[in-house]
Design a protein around this ligand. Structure first.
Ligand code: KIV
Length: 271
């Protein structure tokens, strides 16, 4: 008997890897519930991220730090019930991956809830944890640049890698993460030139958020892309529902703009 996963058309890591080798841009949006996940599932978006940004947009917190593995597992299960065609990437929350065995236990819960890949922020000791997970067959996405779980250490939500030494360190970290076996990297809030160097240097897909147009794909928090954010929005945010567009059209607008290279435009990028 053929097992169901061999018959499914779900976007997989090989799909996104092939897209990158063909020079096609990857599109990723966040979702936290079944309704939005189903909308994304029916759209042209390639990857759904169950981000720990749910701490901000669902729970109303000012940082992602209080989000728990239980919160992530709950929202991943909701998303997985709504979406069966997309690659589902799930954030491991802050301080849930301090040792290999803690990371494996927590990743297991997130994969059991319906994720296919887990995302870990940072480098340094995290590179070893990424290696621990990937050697055990877990698909891992790295996250460099502005890593919101380290917001207090970074001194706020600030553009990263502007100084030469910081840019060199970030590039070295990205290479180390790829060597540790990660299959994707999110790069957040860095100058366009650094986004380009990292994307050129790595063979795995590099998906940017405020990292310029040269990344292999773009990701946004869904609520930002739909213009639902309250308060200050980061420079890289574009409201795809401006002009009164409905949610489905806004999502397709994001996909089209990433694919045709009109998003991110210069006004969404950092120097
Ligand atoms: O948590 C999240 O939504 C993220 C994106 C901002 C990349 O990590």
């Amino acid at each position: 008997m053929t097992s169901p996963q061999f018959m499914s058309q779900r976007v997989s890591l090989s799909t996104v890897r092939d897209m990158t080798s063909r020079g096609e841009k990857i599109t990723m949006l966040t979702a936290y519930d079944a309704t939005f996940a189903a909308l994304l599932d029916q759209s042209g978006v390639d990857v759904i991220l169950v981000g720990d940004s749910l701490g901000n947009v669902i729970q109303g917190r000012s940082t992602t730090l209080p989000v728990t593995v239980g919160d992530m597992a709950y929202h991943t299960a909701c998303v997985a019930r709504g979406a069966s065609n997309k690659l589902i990437v799930v954030d491991m929350p802050a301080l849930s991956y301090n040792t290999g065995s803690q990371a494996a236990d927590n990743a297991r819960q997130l994969l059991a809830a319906g994720g296919q890949m887990v995302k870990l922020e940072g480098a340094g000791p995290v590179v070893e944890i990424i290696e621990f997970l990937t050697e055990r067959g877990v698909a891992v996405c790295g996250h460099l640049g502005l890593t919101p779980q380290s917001v207090h250490k970074l001194g706020g939500f600030k553009v990263q890698g502007r100084q030469t030494d910081a840019a060199e360190q970030l590039l070295a970290d990205a290479v180390a993460i790829e060597r540790a076996g990660a299959d994707m990297l999110i790069l957040e809030c860095v100058p366009t030139a650094l986004g380009q160097s990292v994307s050129n240097e790595l063979s795995i897909p590099v998906v940017g958020i405020g990292a310029g147009p040269h990344c292999d794909g773009q990701v946004l928090v869904l609520y930002d892309a739909l213009g639902l954010g309250s308060g200050h929005s980061a420079r890289f945010v574009r409201n795809f529902c401006a002009d009164g567009l409905d949610v489905r059209s806004g999502i397709e607008g994001f996909v089209a703009a990433v694919r045709d290279g009109s998003y991110p435009a210069k006004e969404h990028c950092y120097e």
